[in-house]
Design a protein around this ligand. Structure first.
Ligand code: 5RP
Length: 226
């Protein structure tokens, strides 16, 4: 039986084939994406493939540069051909939860400016209904305690994400509130509600944003297409 990490690696390496010479590529964030970056780094060295990488976090930018990639900010490119990113949960409609690594704001910005998107996941992330994975919401630090109270009143079971006892800080200097919802019956209604809450920067519901999911599984790597 392969480990979750091996399945992530297989998905990441398979998705590297989606990148063609000359493309501008949105580069996601997380442990699965790290394997994608490794695979792309190998293609750069072995085949001389050249592409422009648009990172969704400082971590990805740093690692991409280390591997010899040309890295540009979203503001310095005209368009992105494909974005490849990880996900925390994916449902049968290819809607998903992202932000386990706290990078969902840049991830959504890069994704919405891409011609096409692909997610790379191991099979444990494929679910019938979204919501078991706590939904990450990036919020401004100022006033976040009031926001936590409002979210609690709405029954969202919010929890400020901590690292070593201190609030986790995003690349934009914001805070993440994880919502322990267990199940999300209407992701579109919830997305609207969260987007309209003052203080919310971006939530981790990614709806109608990806066309392909590359799934690393025990029986091999499979593709789900919209
Ligand atoms: O959304 C993300 C980061 O904000 C990641 O893509 C998501 O959390 C999956 O991460 P991993 O590949 O490490 O399981």
């Amino acid at each position: 039986m392969k480990s979750q990490d091996e399945l992530k690696k297989e998905a990441g390496y398979r998705a590297a084939d989606l990148v063609e010479d000359g493309m501008t590529v949105g580069l996601g964030t997380g442990s699965t994406v790290r394997y994608l970056l490794d695979a792309l780094g190998e293609r750069i060295k072995k085949d001389g493939v050249h592409f422009i990488g648009v990172p969704t976090s400082k971590r990805t930018a740093d690692y991409g540069r280390e591997l010899g990639m040309e890295i540009k900010s979203l503001d310095d490119v005209d368009q992105i051909d494909i974005t490849i990113d990880g996900a925390d949960e994916v449902d049968p409609d290819l809607n998903g939860i992202k932000g386990g690594g706290g990078a969902q704001t840049w991830e959504k910005l890069v994704a919405t400016n891409s011609k096409t998107c692909a997610w790379i996941v191991d099979e444990s992330k494929v679910v019938d209904q979204l919501g078991k994975f706590p939904l990450p919401v990036e919020v401004l630090a100022y006033g976040h305690k009031q926001l936590v109270k409002r979210m609690a009143d709405l029954g969202y079971r919010p929890e400020v994400r901590l690292v070593d006892g201190q609030p986790f800080e995003t690349d934009e200097g914001n805070i993440i509130i994880d919502l322990h919802l267990d199940q999300i019956d209407d992701p579109y209604a919830l997305a609207d509600k969260l987007s309209n809450m003052t203080g919310v920067v971006e939530h981790g519901l990614f709806l109608d944003m990806t066309q392909t999911v590359v799934i690393g599984g025990q029986d091999g790597t499979k593709l789900m297409n919209k």
